[in-house]
Write a protein that binds this ligand. Structure first.
Ligand code: NOJ
Length: 556
């Protein structure tokens, strides 16, 4: 197959298209259901291309749609080069890709290289094989400690389960060994020192690139290289996903050896025209982000700092400046993010008193403290529009354009997320941001499909339905659409200039060609400087920018 993306009408040939792109994340199982089985699917995405086009985004990123038993929402992959039959076929994928490309929308797929699922052919083969065999070498199997190997090989703690070692007998293995998994036991870690594993991922990247996929989001990009030297180092307390401060020498995260893998991937990406792009999900010390975002490795790396930045002027300014500086270090561009499929929706975070412990609040089904939904949605919109004005790319998450809130009261019996089920139920998990989208105010599953929804949708979803917001010029959807299409016209060089304001709770920056952005964090109005108002997240009356509002305006 040709390594050049077919010249389909809508796609620009700009090699740097990704540097300042607006990328919309789709969680396929919860976006749109075409066949009424309650699960979103590929044809559902295709049917919503007009909606995606109306958002004026540059690309979509699809969370995993591969065959999976859903031990971790699809991040447990049975086969990296296929579509889950519940979501469609490869032909459906090609049709979706062509349809999106035709409208000028590029496509990222999610690559999950740290682990497969326990149902992957290779893992099944490994379980059936003897210790030391070629099949077992693709994963990390070890003998246990104790007189009869009855204890795990080390004290390493997993993200989803108490131990990161599971005895193979759990899945029917008969050789008294243990296998390593950073996440759930159904997500066995690959042995990345194994050449066959390395080659197989190159094959997967080529498979999707040849089909015309434009970019890749790399899951747990910092996890692949591990220190497996024995005796194993100790990790009695979970170090979290964030392998901070290890300076490239941690046990299983952010080790220097990982970059050799990405250098090889980069060579493959660069064989395409335009080169395929990638963005790393790497929870590492900020100093290390540039290593993943280098042009010699993945090219971009998520900088998640805004997910936890308090809605406050000083914090926003510092976060913005630091992120820009870091991105410039390696000639990458910024990756602004406020929400994704792992986070409490930012409208909800911003409607809660910042002093509230969010974990306990979620465990109380959102009842322990009041949520101010209206101001949460309005502040979230102000934050999003602030971010959309910045140089670099923005990664947004499905539903944030509706100002949608987290669903906090999913009954225990319907929770799917291992973060709750496996973590001794001390964390409500991430299902609340993965509830299928409301398209209409009524009807079966609010227009998501004709056969219900795989996670329960609350009644209040009706107020946030696409159909409802489309009729309202001041809705979050209307404002996102306006901002995204204006951004396409206004975006030029990746430059930003800060301007003095008469109040420290107001930030003002400008971009080339007179594009100005002000965000007002005050509890009161702020006088807008002279200029042509382009956009405002709440109405500006007599030149006064209301509290919790972002405006875009043009200055000659
Ligand atoms: C990060 C993904 O975003 C998350 O959803 C998943 O649970 C873990 N990686 C494991 O793959």
């Amino acid at each position: 197959m040709s390594k050049t993306t077919k010249k389909t009408s809508g796609l620009s040939q700009d090699k740097n298209w990704w540097r300042q792109a607006a990328i919309y994340q789709i969680y396929p199982r919860s976006f749109a259901d075409s066949n009424g089985d309650g699960i979103g699917d590929i044809k559902g995405i295709t049917s919503r291309i007009p909606y995606l086009k109306s958002l004026a985004i540059d690309a979509v990123w699809l969370s995993p749609f591969y065959p999976s038993a859903l031990a971790d929402g699809g991040y447990d992959v049975d086969d990296y080069r296929d579509v889950d039959p519940k979501l469609g076929t490869l032909a459906d994928f090609d049709e979706m890709l062509a349809g999106l490309h035709k409208e000028g929308i590029r496509v990222f797929v999610d690559i999950v290289p740290n682990h497969s699922s326990n149902l992957h052919e290779w893992f099944k083969e490994a379980l059936a094989a003897k210790p030391g065999s070629k099949a077992r070498e693709r994963y990390i199997f070890r003998d246990g400690k104790g007189a009869n190997g009855e204890l795990p090989p080390s004290d390493w703690v997993s993200h989803f389960a108490p131990s990161s070692w599971t005895h193979e007998s759990t899945f029917g293995g008969k050789n008294n060994q243990w296998f390593l998994h950073w996440f759930a036991p159904e997500q066995p870690d690959f042995n990345w020192e194994n050449r066959e594993v390395q080659k197989d991922f190159l094959k997967t990247l080529k498979f999707w690139s040849d089909r015309g996929v434009d970019g890749f989001r790399i899951d747990v990009a910092h996890g692949l290289a591990k220190d497996l030297s024995e005796p194993f180092r100790s990790m009695p307390v979970h170090e979290g996903l964030e392998q901070r401060g290890n300076k490239g020498k941690g046990i299983w995260g952010d080790r220097n050896e990982v970059f050799a893998i990405y250098k090889e991937w980069r060579k493959l990406f660069n064989q395409y025209d335009p080169p395929r792009v990638a963005v790393a999900e790497a929870f590492v010390h900020p100093e290390r982000l540039p290593l993943y975002a280098s042009t010699k490795t993945l090219g971009q790396c998520f900088d998640f700092r805004f997910i936890e930045t308090p809605f406050e002027a000083h914090a926003y300014k510092v976060a913005t400046k630091e992120a820009i500086e870091l991105a410039q270090k390696n000639k990458s561009s910024c990756t602004w993010t406020l929400s994704n499929h792992d986070q409490i929706r930012h409208a909800t975070k911003m409607g809660l008193n910042p002093a509230v412990n969010r974990r306990s609040w979620m465990l109380s089904n959102g009842t322990s403290h009041p949520l101010d939904k209206e101001s949460g949605t309005a502040n979230a919109l102000a934050a999003s529009i602030y971010i959309l004005g910045l140089p670099g790319s923005t990664y947004m998450y499905q539903g944030e354009e509706l100002g949608l809130h987290e669903v906090t009261d999913i009954p225990e019996s319907e929770i799917q997320d291992p973060q709750y089920l496996r973590n001794l139920k001390v964390d409500k998990g991430r299902d609340g941001c993965r509830v299928p989208l409301p398209w209409t105010a009524s009807g079966s599953s609010f227009g998501f499909g004709s056969g219900g929804a795989h996670l329960p949708q609350p009644k209040w979803f009706a107020d946030y339905a696409v159909e409802v917001e489309e009729k309202d010029e001041s809705s979050p959807l209307a404002i996102y659409r306006k901002a995204l299409s204006l951004r396409k016209e206004l975006q030029t060089k990746e430059e930003i200039k800060w301007h003095k304001t008469t109040d420290i709770s107001v930030l003002h920056y400008s971009r080339p060609n007179g594009w100005n952005v002000i965000i007002n964090f005050r509890a009161e109005n702020y006088q807008m400087p002279k200029g042509e108002l382009l956009l405002s997240t709440r109405p500006v009356v007599n030149g006064k920018i209301p509290a919790g509002t972002t405006v875009w305006f043009k200055k000659k």
